[in-house]
Design a protein around this ligand. Structure first.
Ligand code: F0G
Length: 467
């Protein structure tokens, strides 16, 4: 049988079973490993040079013709260009971020912010959701579901409402979802379920329930999600005039981004479109740092899928017994059982990458710096800038290397955290999620209280502006 341009393949090299593109697989039916979307290189229609990428094919219809995902259709042609789904995602920018460069200790002009907050639902998730929805439509799904720390659910809800193609059911951990994200799922009309427990609990249940009921799962276990997320890297390259940066620094939760970014560069490299790959730095919060602990303390590596599973089992046992607690203000990455662990390890092997963990205090200060760049972000996103600073201080990232920090989510996802930080004058930072060990906010912008009096206001502005 002639093979189609796209198919699915088990990521374990010892199995490498292949499956048709219309199958719904969250894992390999033969061995249980994750699966990739793969392409027959000889059937891809590619430009000779990298700079020829990103030109929207003529067949794209409606909003898809404006999509920052689908104009790279040549590199993710698992559905015909005329049949892809879009809500106008991926029209995002690479910003200079001078204050962030300075903060991280980089030379001017060497650190960039890839600002994914510009997506319709306000986070990078819309890139992947365009892929997952396209596949969901291919297979005739009627209802899609996900577990979420808030952004996947907002994105799924937005796609379901804006396209009218299917219903959405979202599962979130009780109480641990940023207010902006919860408001989106409710506003866009998704069935919204708060499961007792945290994200990891909700994730486990949604995998079971979707199998029980035949619902289409759009978490990043779904390989079509990751295809859409590859395009973030194509836009980074485009933003850099098609030059490859030295480092991509991204927050790490379920490791969907880490996995997708690694795949994007490995494919470009295999296709001969780039001559070298950037190194990927995957950044956990210290409040949910399984990946960092496994990588740095346990020396866990990809090792052709034979990574040390005993380390995983040991940590999960500690999490089950509550000996280990998960808690971070960066609620989006409050994830200690990353579903894409194997693909994440593979991505770091492909890109000579690494993992670090940064504390909440560093995340919140870095978040304030991203705000000062004129592109605010939610706490989890700032792990990238905090991580870059950490790696510069460690001497791992050179001051004149070229670094791109992925700003994954919009500032208005968690405005309560922002206002709390900037109003902070006390000993402890209080938030409804709990109390966070922040000794002092480095960059507070405390609102000034003034009497309702013209002279007093003039006097204050005179003082502040030195006039
Ligand atoms: N940044 C933000 C803003 C996120 O929402 C997430 C994940 C991540 C980073 C981590 O990305 O999983 O690819 O490593 N949020 C998911 C959600 C889990 O449910 O919205 P990852």
């Amino acid at each position: 049988m002639p093979r189609e341009v796209a198919f699915q393949r088990c990521i374990d090299p010892a199995c490498a079973a292949t499956f048709g593109i219309r199958e719904i697989l969250n894992k390999c039916p033969k061995c249980g490993a994750l699966v990739d979307v793969a392409y027959d290189e000889n059937k891809l229609r590619l430009p000779k040079k990298l700079s020829g990428l990103g030109v929207a094919p003529k067949e794209l219809k409606g909003l898809a013709a404006t999509s920052g995902v689908w104009r790279f259709h040549q590199l993710l042609p698992f559905a015909p260009a005329g049949k892809v789904v879009s809500i106008g995602e991926g029209r995002t920018i690479l910003a200079a971020g001078a204050p962030a460069a300075e903060y991280a200790g980089m030379k001017p002009g060497r650190l960039f912010l890839q600002y994914e907050g510009l997506n319709p639902s306000g986070s990078f998730k819309d890139n992947g959701m365009a892929g997952a929805f396209t596949h969901a439509r291919m297979v005739g799904a009627k209802m899609a579901c996900c577990a979420s720390t808030g952004n996947t659910s907002a994105s799924l809800a937005a796609f379901a409402a804006a396209t009218g193609l299917m219903k959405a059911a979202v599962f979130v951990g009780s109480g641990k979802i940023a207010i902006g994200k919860l408001s989106q799922a409710l506003d866009y009309g998704a069935l919204t379920y708060e499961i007792e427990g945290d994200f990891d609990d909700a994730m486990r249940r949604v995998v079971e329930v979707s199998a029980d009921l035949g619902l289409y799962l759009v978490n990043s276990l779904n390989p079509f999600r990751l295809e859409g997320q590859k395009t973030i890297m194509y836009r980074v390259l485009e933003g850099l005039g098609w030059q490859v940066p030295d480092w991509i620094v991204c927050p790490a939760g379920n490791l969907g981004n880490t996995s997708a970014f690694g795949k994007a560069f490995e494919e470009l490299y295999q296709l001969g479109l780039i001559k070298r790959k950037p190194r990927i730095a995957s950044i956990n919060s210290t409040g949910a740092d399984s990946f960092s602990v496994w990588w740095n303390d346990g020396r866990m590596r990809w090792n052709d899928h034979k990574f040390d599973r005993a380390l995983v089992d040991r940590r999960y046992a500690k999490l089950d017994s509550r000996e280990l607690k998960t808690n971070t203000i960066a609620s989006a990455i409050e994830i200690n059982r990353p579903v894409n662990l194997a693909k994440g390890l593979r991505a770091l092997a492909w890109t000579d990458g690494l993992v670090r963990a940064v504390p909440d205090e560093a995340i919140l200060d870095a978040k304030a710096v991203v705000g000062l760049c004129g592109y605010g972000c939610e706490p989890a996103s700032a792990a990238s800038v905090a991580g870059a600073k950490f790696l510069v201080e460690e001497g791992v990232i050179g001051r004149d290397e070229r670094v791109v920090c992925i700003i994954t989510g919009h500032h208005l996802k968690a405005p309560d955290v922002t206002v709390g930080y900037h109003s902070y004058t006390g000993e402890k930072f209080h938030h409804k999620f709990g109390e966070f060990g922040i000794r002092a906010a480095k960059l507070p912008n405390v609102p000034v209280r003034l009497p309702n009096d013209r002279a007093a206001i003039v006097a204050e502005l005179r003082r502040a502006s030195g006039r």
